[in-house]
Ligand binder design. Structure first.
Ligand SMILES: C[S@@+](CC[C@H](N)C(=O)[O-])C[C@H]1O[C@@H](n2cnc3c(N)ncnc32)[C@H](O)[C@@H]1O
Length: 445
């Protein structure tokens, strides 16, 4: 289906061409080969016969978008969102969910093969969770659009810095997804309507929060408007005048923070709005349980959790192990992880702040043996750490990844140079309807 909303035409759009789509790119576009050149076609699915126009020409490939689908893939479905095709938030809503899972698993395996020259001995069944209303943390762009005479609130458009003109979002947590029009009206009614560039969403199990970034001081009436909005929609409001350290509650002191629960509700992970939390709460609960099954920490074992954040995996692991050592780059997250351990009655966990991209061999936490290691790095992966991993002599490593390319590179390092066997790998559907691939991989010595 072509996008339902009117789309700006780029000046250099080619005349329509016809081609069959061979495969899907890592960012969810159809791949066609026309006269020896690769064309990435937005909106097209593998196997389809489509009409498309090219809108950008590059040296080794062109970019285009589908204007008509002559023969649809059996995997094609009607996208639920009217902004699909324009909004940059989702790129796979036109593909049946089972097919999304299939292509993500393929993408993981292809990356492992091409970039890591490795293959898992066994593929784990895909882990799936809620596919709508799952996004509990997000950054929404805000912009006054002079031509429209209004403020827009939403995700950026695909391939542009414009904010998509969206009225609601079915991906966002339901406490926020239906509020976009109210947020437009709220910011549009403020004197600072041109000086609020972003609203950050953070939702816990019991309450949610919005952080309004503002580039000029807000007047008392504007703060009152925000307070009334907070009361009405039941979300706490925070203000951010500068960097992350400037976030403050609209009313009162920091006091209580947000919380979500993992490990069958046994661990409460408290966090502040804006802290990193796994985006999909339902999937995260399952991911933590799968990680514990895979890690299987024994009561006599010392476990290391690298890139531990707030203690999402650390606290469940500490409950099963003899000791847990968590390491994280952000001192404020380490502080919160320590408090989380204390609040949950976990007394066998210690946490350290360290840059895990650097040589860590002089760090006090690195001077001992760990039986099991879990790591959950950012998109850039953990090459430095996996290169030094053998010093710990861990029997098992569980690697949680949000980027199949860096997972593949690091898996290659562990297998070809680190002496590990690649036992399991499986995808986790953390970001349904987007092309993001989250995976868990297990290595044994
Ligand atoms: C994908 S998050 C995982 C957090 C946590 N495991 C969880 O499940 O919520 C990656 C974490 O790595 C941390 N991080 C990023 N770069 C780092 C670095 N160079 N050294 C140490 N930690 C880093 C971030 O602060 C973030 O908490």
């Amino acid at each position: 289906m072509p996008p339902k909303r009117k789309r700006r035409r780029t000046k250099r759009e080619s005349s329509p061409e016809r081609s069959r789509i061979e495969s899907l790119s890592h960012d969810g576009r159809g791949i066609a080969r026309v006269d020896g050149k690769t064309v990435f076609v937005e909106g097209a699915l593998p196997g389809e016969d489509v009409i498309f126009v090219r809108y950008r020409r590059r040296g080794s490939f062109d970019e285009g978008r589908m204007t008509q689908c002559l023969e649809a893939s059996p995997d094609r479905v009607d996208p639920r969102c009217p902004s699909f095709g324009i909004c940059g938030g989702c790129s796979l809503q036109h593909m049946a969910h089972e097919a999304q899972i299939r292509v993500k698993e393929q993408a993981m395996l292809e990356n492992l093969k091409h970039f890591g020259r490795v293959e898992p001995e066994e593929i784990l069944p895909p882990l799936t969770g809620p596919v709508w209303g799952y996004r509990r943390s997000a950054r929404l762009g805000v912009r006054y659009v002079r031509k429209k005479g209004m403020v827009l609130v939403g995700f950026r458009e695909r391939n542009s810095s414009f904010i998509a003109d969206m009225e609601h979002c079915d991906i966002l947590d339901s406490s926020v997804g239906g509020l976009l029009m109210e947020l437009r009206a709220l910011v549009g009614g403020m004197n600072a309507f041109m000086a609020v560039p972003q609203i950050e969403v953070s939702v816990g199990d019991e309450a949610g929060a919005l952080i309004f970034r503002h580039l000029q001081p807000l007047e008392p009436e504007e703060e009152e408007m925000l307070g009334a909005f907070s009361e009405k929609c039941g979300l706490k409001v925070y203000l951010q005048s500068g960097g992350p350290d400037t976030v403050r509650p609209l009313c009162g002191e920091w006091g209580e923070t947000l919380v979500y629960r993992v490990d069958h509700g046994r661990c409460g992970i408290f966090f502040r709005p804006g802290d990193f939390i796994q985006v999909n709460g339902g999937l995260n609960r399952q991911m933590v349980l799968q990680a514990m099954r895979m890690l299987d920490p024994g009561p006599g074992e010392h476990v290391l959790d690298l890139f531990c954040g707030l203690g999402n995996f650390s606290l469940p692991a500490a409950r099963r192990a003899k000791t847990l050592t968590g390491v994280e780059g952000s001192a404020s997250m380490v502080d919160r992880a320590l408090k989380n351990a204390w609040v949950n009655g976990v007394d066998n966990a210690v946490f350290y702040t360290s840059d895990l991209n650097a040589d860590f061999q002089s760090a006090s936490w690195s001077d001992r043996r760990y039986h099991k290691i879990l790591l959950d790095p950012p998109r850039s992966g953990a090459l430095e750490i996996v290169r030094q991993m053998s010093v710990f002599r861990a029997a098992r490593i569980v690697y949680v990844s949000c980027n199949p390319a860096t997972l593949a590179r690091d898996a290659g390092e562990l297998v070809h140079n680190g002496g590990y066997r690649f036992t399991y790998a499986g995808i986790m559907d953390m970001f349904p309807h987007t092309a993001h691939v989250e995976a868990m991989a297990v290595f044994d010595r």
